[in-house]
Design a protein around this ligand. Structure first.
Ligand SMILES: NC(=O)c1ccc[n+]([C@@H]2O[C@H](COP(=O)([O-])OP(=O)(O)OC[C@H]3O[C@@H](n4cnc5c(N)ncnc54)[C@H](O)[C@@H]3O)[C@@H](O)[C@H]2O)c1
Length: 411
């Protein structure tokens, strides 16, 4: 910042000349000199004060490892799950760098986090696309990460069948880019966001981590390929890897600071909670429940809904317990299946809206029941889902939705 303005190739003897020259200065110039020294001192002090007040003053915090501080790169941290994870990490005193291309996430979520944690060296946001290997390498060169939680992805099953290449590129190929940068810079811990979609249609429920993976759509296949790349790499590396396979994620921050706000154009591919809230608000006329003749208790499909706060807790536990050269693979679900009918009833109560529900024939490709066996994560990471009241999770999410009719745009 303070540049003496001296040419680099100046010799030592030349550099010392002005000082020796001063000894012989004439007394009339002395007052001048003292004035100059005072002015220089005042300017230096001013520069330091200005620097200290500048938000970028402590960017060195991000570029250097610091004893006792874990610096986590959260890819996709402007998205639904990533922003909730960043909030929890910041609360737990981690240093966080969010990298996101905002293709699906919200800058508004990042702003909320920045307002909550404005102190230097806590949170920085970098706008970048993980498909841009040069940009990613630069980010890894300029920042001293201790760990990476890789959330960034496109994540809609329906969209993946319409545009599979987008999914293989964004999920599989971008994971390779992140992994290569991590390997090049010796970042030792990776927590990877995977999904129960990698299991496909298992014959036996509940799904354990040993259940064979046989994904049936490009989204699940792209995630499985990314997992395979990570696992192959980890065989000859010291990296500590945790792969978390989530089930259906719902809910939001109980203090109402963050929520789920996908782009309106993604509504068609959307998730059941988004559809329920849209129906409660009258954005869509009602809900269509596809299939009432499955071999389940009430005939509708059964899924495992995991609250985002529990999910984030699983990430923190995984981060704390990741060990060099070790791989952990965990299902993150409640272990309890809930039917679509149950979900819709809980949503009606949570929103107090009289949601119109039409029951229609089955949709091809839907399977009757999907729920996890969370024994392994309970045993090894001491994690269990705590927010298992569907209505309560939906009430919290609905509060945020009601207060943010245009998502983060209206805050
Ligand atoms: N939401 C669920 O129910 C669910 C279930 C299982 C797994 N997952 C996984 O969890 C992760 C997060 O999902 P989410 O629901 O928060 O989705 P989201 O769309 O809200 O968040 C994804 C974020 O990644 C960013 N992103 C996407 N491509 C990027 C790129 N090339 N470069 C930089 N940033 C990019 C988006 O802008 C967005 O902010 C995903 O990996 C998803 O596959 C989600």
């Amino acid at each position: 910042m303070i540049n003496p303005g001296r040419p680099r190739n100046q010799s030592r003897s030349t550099r010392s000349m002005p000082f020796s020259g001063l000894e012989y200065a004439d007394p009339k110039k002395k007052g001048n000199l003292i004035g100059k020294i005072l002015l220089a001192a005042a300017l230096t002090a001013l520069c330091i004060i200005m620097l200290k007040q500048s938000p970028s003053f402590n960017t060195t915090n991000f570029s250097k490892h610091e004893e006792g501080v874990t610096h986590v790169l959260v890819t996709g941290g402007a998205g639904y799950i990533g922003s909730h994870a960043a909030l929890r990490l910041l609360k737990d005193k981690y240093r966080v760098t969010i990298v996101d291309n905002l293709s699906r996430g919200n800058l508004g979520a990042v702003k909320v986090l920045q307002e909550l944690f404005p102190e230097p060296g806590r949170l920085q946001f970098i706008y970048a696309d993980l498909g841009d290997a040069k940009a990613v390498n630069k980010i890894f060169s300029e920042n001293a990460f201790d760990a990476v939680i890789h959330f960034a992805a496109v994540a809609y099953v329906g969209e993946s069948t319409l545009d599979p290449l987008k999914y293989y590129h964004n999920i599989t190929s971008n994971t390779l880019v992140v992994l290569e940068s991590m390997a090049a810079k010796g970042v030792k811990t990776l927590i990877y966001s995977s999904t129960c979609a990698t299991y496909g249609e298992p014959e036996k429920m509940p799904i354990t981590e040993e259940t064979p993976q046989a994904p049936i759509n490009p989204y699940g296949k792209a995630k499985k390929m990314a997992e395979d790349i990570i696992l192959d790499f980890s065989k000859n590396s010291e990296m500590g890897v945790m792969i978390l396979r989530y089930f259906n994620v719902i809910g939001s921050d109980p203090e109402g600071r963050l929520g789920e706000a996908p782009r309106p154009e993604l509504r068609d591919h959307g998730r059941i909670s988004g559809a329920c809230f849209d129906a409660a608000r009258g954005i869509i006329t009602g809900l269509k429940v596809k299939g009432t003749d499955y071999s389940t208790a009430d005939g509708t499909c059964v899924r495992d809904y995991i609250d985002v706060n529990d999910l984030v807790d699983a990430h923190v536990k995984a981060l704390e317990r990741a060990k060099p050269s070790k791989v952990g693979i965990y299902n993150v679900g409640t272990g309890k299946g809930r039917s679509v009918k149950e979900f819709v009833e809980a949503c009606k109560k949570a929103t107090a809206a009289d949601i119109k529900v039409d029951f229609e024939p089955r949709r091809p490709g839907d399977y009757a029941e999907v729920y996890s066996d969370p024994t392994k994560i309970r045993r090894e990471l001491n994690w269990t889902a705590k927010h298992t009241d569907l209505q309560e999770s939906l009430e919290i999410a609905w509060r945020w939705q009601k207060a943010h009719r245009d998502g983060y745009g209206s805050t």
